[in-house]
Design a protein around this ligand. Structure first.
Ligand code: URA
Length: 205
């Protein structure tokens, strides 16, 4: 089965899963983009506009994401964007641990189908999905391997909209992405991927 068909099947499965939290409370925002991409961006959960349009990152944070992509000459159509939790939590509250847990197996399969080279996490929830002990303020902008994938932790664009200093960091981290893709770092001896002090010492960029 090709990637688009596999993604369509997966989407149907999520739609039909009545046990998922937020089922019936909000629209499904499955994700979109080029399924053959080298780079997969993963955010947190849809907001109001995403819920309305059933597309990820189309509100203010999405507009900033578009600008950041433009600055590195990556059209949005070249990449794929999704979220951990695929329905909007009420009043834009943070996703609950049980919501993240429930949507996790679907995200895992979505990642496996797309099979990107680089996974760019947007914000702490997405980073902690992979590395529960990581800290966004400490670990952003430092690429590391996660299995076969290169994981690049980035601040969430919404956080950058709230603080100029975060925006500067996000812009500078974003600029590292093309280089990571062009010259993928050697795996070196990166051990298992709980982020501890030693892992940070293995930083690649
Ligand atoms: N914030 C997210 O994490 N995801 C979206 O799709 C929109 C805003």
């Amino acid at each position: 089965m090709d990637k688009n068909s596999a993604l369509s099947e997966l989407k149907k499965e999520i739609e039909a899963d009545k046990k998922l939290p937020l089922y019936g409370a909000a629209n499904l925002v499955f994700g979109e983009g080029n399924s053959n991409t080298d780079v997969l961006f993963i955010g947190e959960a849809p907001g109001y506009h995403e819920d309305q349009q059933m597309r990820p990152f189309v509100g203010q944070a999405g507009k900033l994401l578009d600008k950041l992509l433009l600055a590195i000459a990556w059209p949005r159509g070249n990449i794929y964007i999704t979220n951990i939790v695929k329905r909007r939590p009420p009043a834009n509250r943070d996703p609950l641990p049980e919501e993240i847990e429930a949507y996790k197996p679907y995200l895992k399969r979505q990642i496996e189908i797309i099979n990107p080279k680089v996974i760019a996490t947007l914000g702490r929830f997405s980073l902690n999905y992979f590395l529960p002990l990581a800290k966004i303020s400490r670990d952003h902008g430092v690429a590391q391997y996660y299995g076969e994938y290169i994981l690049m932790p980035l601040y969430h664009p919404a956080a950058a909209l709230r603080a100029g200093a975060v925006l500067k960091e996000l812009e500078s981290d974003f600029k590292k992405l093309p280089e990571i893709l062009k010259n993928p770092p050697e795996r070196k001896t990166l051990p298992k991927l709980e982020t501890k002090k030693e892992d940070i010492q293995n930083k690649l960029f």
